[in-house]
Design a protein around this ligand. Sequence first.
Ligand code: FES
Ligand SMILES: [Fe+2]
Length: 340
Amino acid sequence: MGTDKRHEIDPVLASEWLPIAYAHDIADQPIQVTILEERVVLFRTDDGIKAFKDLCIHRGAELSLGKVVNNCLVCPYHGWEYNQEGKCVKIPQQPARRVIPPKAKAVVFPCMERYGLVWVKLNKEETMASTLPEYEEFDDPSFKTVYANPHIINAAAPRVVENFLDVSHLAFVHEGSLGDSDHAEIPDYKVHWKDNRYVSDVIPVYADPDGTGKWSILNYTFEILRPLLARLKKVNEETNEIFSMLFAVQPQAERKSKIFALVSRNYDLETPDQYYIDFQQLIIDQDTAVVESQRPEELPLDLQAELHLPPDRVSIAYRRWLSELGVTYGSEVKKHKQMK
Ligand code: FES
Ligand SMILES: [Fe+2]
């Protein structure tokens, strides 16, 4: 074994737009985030939020410990200044007229803001993942959207996404808050490939939409948008009340993830947002206890590995898709590959 323990970044996930922070959490001070074990510094400029590898080429200090001056990121150690394109434009120790070596630059990652989230790609190549799927509720004035608290969970990102897509657990993990174990039966449904995503049939579930005690049959639809991005919609057909969520997971390490979620509703618009933020936190806490207990920690993509029932069709489609796309991070495939 050499001393270089640098991990290989999963090329599929590195080509995805991955959620990295809520834009409103990025103020004047640069911050460090970890994505696929890569330390990334985020900072705000007049031209939007930028993301660099959190490493100064001079002596390896973390740029996130520095500050932003005139749209440049200033290293905390010797004050080198990097402009928005990552080019070093000032080395304070040398005369101003001396040429700065072209190698003096930061590694810049593609970064954009959408839906109030900051998204980063570790790989610059253009791929199908170059555009983000639509989440129409965000821009629809008849909906109100709140941001769930960012939530750390000690679990592999695919396990976390699969839990979000799992309709059967509502009656147990969320008994009394979202589901009812006396109404646990799930009618048969199918999952379809449509517009580059998986979409479930409408699944009628006896549920409470949001902990307010309005129990009724709600029509659930799940969509798997990308390997670590999903959404659900629940509709009360009688009142036309719609509750939607966009659910995005940041893989920090193989067994550590951060959840971001947008929670939208077209009813009870005057209810304080804090109610929905607190309710979502309750639900995420309930899920966390179970998901952190799952073994193996990585999601088995081999469909023979666990037992599946018809209500698990969304999960089956998810596992199959990860397998087809070649995602290895946070999945059991990696183990098998490594053992060969
Ligand atoms: S380590 Fe950054 S300027 Fe020296
Ligand atoms: Fe849940």
